[in-house]
Write a protein that binds this ligand. Sequence first.
Ligand code: ZN
Length: 77
Amino acid sequence: MTDLPHRDLEHPLNSSKYHTGKRCVEEGCDKPAGTHWSPFWCAEHNAERLDRITNTLETELKRLEEALSQPRKENTQ
Ligand SMILES: [Zn+2]
């Protein structure tokens, strides 16, 4: 088990209970679509997608925090 349920393919939130009967929308993937998070992706591709979103948000948040923590200054760029 991991503390990140979307990455745990055996997690109940990734179980067949959420399968829609359709295939994953990722090109070339024929795994069953449907997880707690989205009806469109299989569990593996859903995890990739969520991680990508999380990384993007964390990068943006860090950039924002850095910008806010710095005193105002002339833009020299
Ligand atoms: Zn897939």
